[in-house]
Design a protein around this ligand. Structure first.
Ligand SMILES: Cc1cc2nc3c(=O)[nH]c(=O)nc-3n(C[C@H](O)[C@H](O)[C@H](O)COP(=O)(O)OP(=O)(O)OC[C@H]3O[C@@H](n4cnc5c(N)ncnc54)[C@H](O)[C@@H]3O)c2cc1C
Length: 424
């Protein structure tokens, strides 16, 4: 069996490793951190959300984005400093408005397929990741927002999702802990939540038991192709006294999150991922009063662009905001405050004395669709660019990519996107 090297041990790299192991491949995962899931797959919003499959490439979103640029506490923030990467990406983003409908429907289908794979893996391998299958409640504060939501709903339904309109009274019945007022909402009973970090770590351990090799603390610095195989030049991370070394592989899969663009360029491919920063807080529910006051049903507040997940009895995750500021990973207090304030307003009974902030970079393509395909060079593959939905989609894209690789040399080197529906 060929030796496959996967670069990156986030959710996409580890699910790919698992899907390839099931097909009997010899797998090595190279990860610069000491453990799996230490970058964007660390503390995200937790939602496994087909209901959030709408791509952002729409005229109303562009207009809203422009308006938000002038409000310091808005969900979107852009550093206007000149950057070819940022502005060319934004131009491609606007160009993809024409694909809004098709890409939203396709993402919905993929998210529904992904659930089946994810739940099956967790059950088969006994992975505990604080899964809550209680649905996702999308809430709107005014009529205009709710009516726009109804239009999105038609596309989600076309993708096969059961997402129902609910009244303010029904919102109250579905999640009594939530304080309004709200105009209305949509409820998706089949959506769920869970801890991406716990799942990825659990699955990485399971892959190791099944024979995969994980090379941690090792950064891929360069890749050279030679006689149908690859020399992967690695150096210690963070840089230290250890010597660099070389790993040989027949096939390479790039699942390196926001670094995939740089690695793809080494292999002659253009994967135009931009790092779209987001923030989360994990509220520790240390008292019985806090635990009672926190919701169990996952929420998406449309106006604030905030998502929530209850991670077991004593953690409440709240995430949001999109920031265009390059590879900057600083945790800014003025971006964390709106998340904490939102908790205080919507859940006044929760104590916010122990709140852990985090920032992560979403690996976002301009059309908001993951890249699941062969590269230009034979033996190179990509499973990356999952943007704001990597947790939701990875189990299906990993399966689709493993199918492509297993299909053999006819697939190698083609520029054709993997038919994601195959994963269903
Ligand atoms: C605030 C926020 C909230 C979110 N909420 C949700 C949500 O509710 N639901 C959802 O579905 N998605 C959500 N997402 C998106 C989701 O978290 C990401 O899409 C997903 O984690 C990306 O996984 P990944 O494997 O592509 O990248 P990563 O998890 O970043 O993994 C890439 C790995 O590659 C490694 N790497 C990179 N370069 C190299 C190199 N040269 N050598 C070795 N290793 C390398 C990195 O160290 C990293 O571990 C959210 C994201 C953010 C930021």
């Amino acid at each position: 069996m060929p030796h496959i090297a996967i670069i990156g041990a986030g959710i996409t790299g580890v699910t790919t490793a698992y899907a390839l192991l099931q097909r009997g491949y010899d797998v090595t995962v190279i990860e610069r951190h000491r453990y799996a899931a230490m970058e964007t797959s660390f503390a995200n919003g937790g939602q496994l959300s087909a209901s959030n499959a709408e791509v952002w490439n729409s005229v109303p979103t562009l207009i809203k984005g422009l308006r938000w640029m002038f409000r310091p506490d808005a969900p979107l923030l852009m550093n206007p400093s000149p950057s070819w990467h940022k502005y060319s990406w934004l131009a491609e983003f606007a160009w993809n408005v024409k694909n809004y409908r098709q890409n939203t429907i396709e993402t919905t289908r993929l998210a529904i397929a992904a659930r089946r794979h994810l739940f099956a893996i967790a059950a088969q391998e006994g992975i505990d990741f604080d899964l809550e299958r209680r649905g996702i409640l999308h809430v709107y504060r005014d009529r205009a927002g709710f009516e726009a939501g109804a239009q999105v709903n038609a596309l989600l339904r076309e993708g096969g999702l059961d997402r129902r309109p609910v009244t303010p009274e029904e919102i109250c019945a579905i999640e009594p802990a939530l304080h309004g007022p709200f105009f209305g909402g949509f409820f998706t009973p089949s959506d769920s939540t869970g801890d991406i970090h716990k799942f990825t770590r659990g699955l990485a351990a399971c892959c190791e038991r099944q024979g995969a090799k994980f090379v941690y603390g090792t950064e891929v610095a360069a890749i050279a192709a030679a006689d149908g195989s690859f020399h992967i030049h690695c150096k210690p991370f963070p840089a230290g006294k250890r010597e660099g070394h070389r790993i040989e592989a027949d096939t390479i899969v790039i699942s390196a999150g926001v670094e995939s663009r740089r690695l793809a360029a080494m292999l002659g491919d253009r994967i135009n991922i931009y790092p779209v920063k987001g923030y989360s807080i994990t509220v520790h529910l240390d008292t019985a009063q806090s635990r009672d006051a926190a919701p169990w049903v996952s929420l998406l507040d449309e106006e604030a662009k905030i998502v929530t997940s209850r991670l077991g009895a004593d953690r409440f995750r709240v995430a949001g905001t999109a920031e265009f500021n390059g590879y900057n990973r600083d945790i800014r207090a003025d971006r964390i405050t709106p998340l904490t304030d939102w908790v205080r307003t919507c859940f006044p009974g929760i104590e916010t004395s122990r709140v852990v902030p985090w920032a992560g970079l979403r690996p976002m393509m301009p059309n908001m669709m993951p890249v699941v395909r062969a590269g230009r060079r034979p033996g190179v593959f990509y499973n990356t660019g999952h943007g704001h939905l990597g947790w939701t989609l990875s189990a299906a894209t990993a399966e689709a990519l493993a199918q492509t690789i297993a299909a053999g040399p006819a697939q190698v080197g083609t520029r054709t996107s993997t038919r994601l529906k195959q994963a269903g």
